[in-house]
Design a protein around this ligand. Structure first.
Ligand code: HAM
Length: 419
């Protein structure tokens, strides 16, 4: 019978890969919690309207990439394409702003976008997402980017560049929108039909266009960063100043407009030149109006998300394999020794030592082959002879040496071999 394949663009993370994921997740939790972030877990399904209202009706994400459907009751739902909207929804729904202790939140989990799959771009992908509520100070924008750098250093990622920009406030954008619109109109229909439509609905989104010709035309477009007001400029200058004080290197890139509508003022992306066209490892920015727009208090906010697939691809280019191996493999030969091996394996696990065995009673040769394949550092051999002498053979697979140990109180000896 024909076998069933996974949905296109959705990947299994197999056991030989999962070590990378665990390492990245553990490091993320450690760094985030050290900076005062607390975990939140929101559902993967939300009302469609949540994303339309926050990310923006005319963004590619909402227009083209959402997994949206009606459920059995006719309710319009969508798989989350990102975490920010869901976290804001939860923050508002549970009145979290009333608790001043809850200001920094993070979430790790799968997101869904119906994009064309390619290297580094999937339909189910994973994000590490961090959000801060209630702090308008440029200090927190800088701290967040600094934290991102600390995290990347911790897991050993190098060669990525922090690109920063400012999108000003809605007021600055209103002025700029007209300037950009004039520029687009002057170029007439040299732009693609999508861009011509964007010109009318949401001109800033032309910068998301993937058509080369449009990108080339935009080279000479007026930039938002040249049209921001004094207050927004002062905020941006302060962010840069704090980044410098923290020793966090960055470049100002006026093209970082981000593909989501909710941003204002600071935006940033961490970019690599090692993953081809999918070059953003993570991105984020400030979104002061969103909590209010989703029915909450007028609370400023800033956040970012890292794409785990891209991060791990980059790590794998830089570091060698990371496969999890048991510390011990216990080979029992004959019925009684096998039962003793079974008990010894449980004992070792009880001591926090990872142990594995052959449950099927194969020959010594095939058990040794399996032990070798498992990558275990030590193999314990229990045969009839050893049992009658109440001994075990301990083989060190690395040094290829062997020792005899008494079976009783063997735990104390084995505990020494923890690492
Ligand atoms: P975003 O730039 O859309 O931002 O996504 C953040 C990161 O998720 C990207 O830099 C990329 O690494 C990864 N990513 C996005 N789409 C895909 C995909 N199809 N396949 C693989 N990886 C992908 C946001 O999602 C915002 N919510 C970030 C944020 C949080 N802003 C404020 N708070």
């Amino acid at each position: 019978m024909e076998s069933i394949q996974a949905v296109r663009g959705m990947n299994d993370i197999l056991p030989d890969q999962v070590g990378w994921w665990q390492e990245v997740e553990n490091a993320a939790r450690e760094v985030l919690e050290n900076f005062g972030y607390r975990e939140i877990r929101t559902p993967v399904l939300e009302k469609l309207e949540l994303f339309a209202r926050s990310i923006g009706e005319s963004t590619d994400i909402v227009e083209k990439e959402m997994y949206a459907f009606e459920d059995r009751n006719g309710e319009r739902l969508a798989l989350r394409p990102e975490a920010t909207a869901s976290i804001v929804r939860s923050y508002v729904q549970h009145g979290l702003h009333a608790d001043s202790a809850v200001r920094k939140l993070y979430e790790i989990g799968p997101m869904f976008r119906h994009e064309r799959p390619q290297k580094g771009r999937y339909r189910q992908f994973h994000q590490i997402d961090a959000e801060v509520f209630g702090i308008d100070s440029p200090m927190i924008d800088a701290e967040m980017m600094h934290m991102l750098r600390v995290f990347l250093d911790r897991i050993g990622i190098s060669g990525v560049v922090l690109n920063i920009n400012t999108l000003g406030c809605p007021e600055c954008r209103k002025t700029y929108r007209e300037i950009l619109k004039d520029f687009l109109t002057a170029k007439g229909d040299q732009f693609c039909p999508d861009c011509l439509r964007r010109r009318e609905t949401n001109p800033l989104r032309v910068f998301d266009c993937k058509v080369e010709r449009c990108q080339a035309l935009l080279e000479s477009a007026p930039m938002l960063i040249d049209h921001i007001d004094e207050e927004c400029r002062a905020h941006f200058d302060a962010v840069k100043d704090y980044l410098e004080k923290l020793g966090t290197r960055y470049v100002v890139n006026p093209r970082i407009v981000r593909g989501l509508d909710y941003y204002m003022r600071t935006t940033f992306e961490v970019i690599t030149d090692r993953l081809g066209s999918q070059n953003a490892i993570g991105g984020g920015g400030r979104y002061n109006g969103l909590v209010r727009d989703l029915g909450g208090a007028d609370v400023p906010a800033v956040g970012f998300a890292i794409g785990m697939e891209r991060l791990i691809m980059l790590l794998q280019q830089e570091q060698s394999e990371k496969v999890r191996m048991p510390r011990f493999f216990v080979a029992g030969l004959g019925e009684q020794p096998r039962a003793a091996a079974f008990l010894l394996v449980q004992q070792l696990r009880g001591l926090g030592l990872e142990a594995e065995m052959d449950y099927e009673g194969r020959s010594l040769k095939s058990q040794m082959r399996r032990a070798d394949k498992s990558g275990a550092r030590y193999v314990i051999i229990l045969g009839e002879d050893e049992m009658s002498r109440r001994e075990i053979q301990l083989r060190d697979m690395q040094t290829k040496t062997q020792r005899i140990l008494p079976l009783d109180n063997v735990e104390d000896e084995l505990k020494q071999l923890r690492d």
